[in-house]
Design a protein. Structure first.
Length: 138
């Protein structure tokens, strides 16, 4: 009986985890020089849904060589540029993806509230993107 209860609880928790994960998928934005960029917003603190949202950028390197990617993020309210991130730099192995939590990398959503981030007037853009091909590791 105890094993059955533990099994049912495990299935319930696992099912809930996969259901929650499926609801928070990445949205593709652009592709540059063999690197696909996608993003999502997620709470900055685990298990605290009302914590400030953080921008998470996923980069997938489809090249056969490693690449060094640099970019900035511009945050807009309407047509007005309100904030710009510091330059981000990431090295991605060939045929791999890298998830970049920008809140932990020196900038976050600045003075925007979670409600602002969901408003139609808010927008962001990846800018100054460079993709440098690196030599293969031996």
């Amino acid at each position: 009986m105890k094993k059955t209860i533990i099994l049912l609880v495990s299935i319930f928790i696992t099912g809930g985890f996969f259901s929650a994960s499926a609801q928070n998928k990445f949205e593709k934005t652009i592709e540059k020089d063999g690197v696909n960029f996608s993003y999502k917003w997620k709470p900055s603190e685990l298990f605290k849904k009302d914590s400030p949202l953080a921008l998470v950028i996923k980069m997938e390197n489809t090249n056969d060589n490693p690449v060094k990617v640099t970019f900035n993020v511009n945050y807009y309210w309407g047509m007005d540029l309100k904030a710009t991130s510091n330059q981000q730099e990431i090295t991605i192995k060939p045929k791999k993806s890298f998830t970049h939590n920008v809140k932990k990398q020196g900038f976050d959503n600045f003075s925007f509230t979670n409600e602002d981030l969901k408003d139609e007037a808010f927008n962001f853009e990846l800018v100054k993107i460079t993709v440098e091909t690196l030599p293969k590791a031996k």
